[in-house]
Unconditional design. Structure first.
Length: 89
């Protein structure tokens, strides 16, 4: 079928065959259509990657929120000036 889009060729290795066989158990309507199963696996894999990335980002933001202001008040007014007073010029 003519297309201007990139094409990708995959050899059905043992690992890919096992993944497609497992996918056929999840989507039995497509068990006889390996290409459809492959597209479903790619779609589900993409969802998992996006969810993982989103979850990691949210975890980092939550850690920042939880620690925000934790050091407030540790150093009083003039702390840096007092510290620098001992430095050679």
């Amino acid at each position: 079928m003519p297309t201007t889009r990139k094409r990708h060729l995959l050899t059905e290795t043992d690992q890919l065959a096992a993944a497609l066989d497992d996918a056929a158990q999840v989507w039995p309507d497509d068990r006889d259509h390996r290409a459809r199963l492959l597209l479903r696996l790619v779609t589900e894999g993409h969802r998992a990657v996006v969810a993982q990335r989103t979850g990691a980002r949210e975890a980092r933001l939550e850690a920042l929120r939880a620690s925000s202001g934790a050091a407030s008040g540790m150093y009083g007014p003039g702390y840096l000036e007092e510290l620098r007073a001992d430095w050679p010029e």
